[in-house]
Design a protein around this ligand. Sequence first.
Ligand SMILES: CC(C)(COP(=O)(O)OP(=O)(O)OC[C@H]1O[C@@H](n2cnc3c(N)ncnc32)[C@H](O)[C@@H]1OP(=O)(O)O)[C@@H](O)C(=O)NCCC(=O)NCCS
Length: 171
Amino acid sequence: MIIPLSQCTLRPWAASDAAALVRHANDREVWRNLRDRFPHPYTPPDADTWLAWVLGQDPSTHWAIEVDGEAGGGIGFELGEDVHARMAEVGYWLGRRFWGRGIATEALRAVTAHAFAMRDIDRVEARVFAWNVASIRVLEKVGYSREACLRRAVYKDGAVTDLLIYGILRA
Ligand SMILES: CC(C)(COP(=O)(O)OP(=O)(O)OC[C@H]1O[C@@H](n2cnc3c(N)ncnc32)[C@H](O)[C@@H]1OP(=O)(O)O)[C@@H](O)C(=O)NCCC(=O)NCCS
């Protein structure tokens, strides 16, 4: 599904996104705020692995964030399993050159609305490192509430930090 927005377009990933993906994802400042399963350095084989996985998803719950004609980042959600089946966890990242234009905010707002519209879920949550003030601001602008602080739950880039859980419920 293609979701046109004012600053960007959310659209399905394509095999041809590999070069742009490496260009924008291969950034320590992006990696530093994501789980370690997001590789660093981010190499062409890493892009191929991601694209093979995401292109096999049907229906897909992940989108490329297209900005200025290229895949400049990604956003998506994973449905919970077992007793968490009526919730989803959202995640997103954007290439550094596109930061500060309101892109993540409008992308998150759209994907959150889409998740509630298309899936039988009651809740979407996001997990954010306590030092990530930009992402916290994005979540709060979209209407997510801070629900929990898991103290010292994260070891990232050689440092321990708290993990904040933000959530939003079906209106
Ligand atoms: C987090 C991220 C997606 C934000 O993308 P973005 O498109 O720049 O976000 P927006 O422009 O929509 O909003 C950012 C907000 O944070 C604010 N902000 C950014 N850096 C800040 C800082 N150091 N201190 C305080 N506020 C800050 C901006 O001013 C803006 O708020 P405003 O609209 O009230 O001025 C982007 O920085 C990123 O990809 N980071 C690395 C990966 C990541 O953190 N992913 C999320 C994991 S939970």
